[in-house]
Design a protein around this ligand. Structure first.
Ligand code: HEC
Length: 155
């Protein structure tokens, strides 16, 4: 009897995919150049793929509401701040000579504490002082989630 129970076989695929996904997420992906397509393909069940579309759409609204768009393009142009398209997953050169990966934690910190890490070639203090008056609203946790999700969606 070497009949492997069918259910086991069927379950192994998705489980493996989830495990790989978790590993990929946790790693921070420092070796990955800026993504072009969604990194996890189409085989994963909805909800675990790269971007939560609904949250990203809310983020897009907040991006305008909070005036982020006055300093950040999403098309690659430099305005006051760096363009945000293609940022997620990319290596960012900092003013202090270090390089960081623009993962979720970095995006979150860049919004909540803009002067914690300064992007090379850009002015310090400008973002922080400009958004200081809306910081209370921005800080509400799922606003930041939405903004981060929106930035992640910008390819
Ligand atoms: C007054 C202009 C201004 C406004 C408004 C502004 N930013 Fe910025 N932002 C900057 C500048 C300048 C930098 C680069 C210097 C630094 O790292 O702080 C920056 C950096 C960033 C970074 C890091 C970018 C990178 O390439 O690593 C993110 C993410 C970001 N801003 C998101 C936002 C979001 C979201 C908002 C709205 C809540 C916002 N910014 C509002 C000017 C602004």
């Amino acid at each position: 009897m070497h009949n492997v129970p069918r259910g086991l076989h069927l379950a192994a695929g998705p489980l493996l995919a989830v495990a790989l996904l978790a590993a990929a997420c946790g790693g921070g992906g420092s070796a990955t150049p800026s993504g072009t397509t969604t990194p996890f393909g189409t085989t994963t069940p909805s909800g675990t793929t790269g971007v939560n579309q609904r949250l990203a759409e809310r983020g897009a609204e907040l991006f305008t509401q909070f005036g982020c768009n006055t300093c950040h393009s999403t098309t690659g142009q430099r305005i006051v701040g760096p363009p945000l398209n293609g940022l997620y997953g990319k290596q960012v050169q900092l003013e202090n000579g270090q390089t960081v990966t623009a993962d979720e934690a970095y995006l979150r910190e860049s919004i909540l504490d803009p002067d914690a890490k300064i992007v090379a070639g850009y002015p310090k203090g400008v973002m922080a002082s400009t958004i200081a008056d809306r910081m209370n609203q921005i800080r509400q946790d799922d606003n930041v989630d939405a903004l981060v999700e929106y930035i992640k969606s910008l390819r």
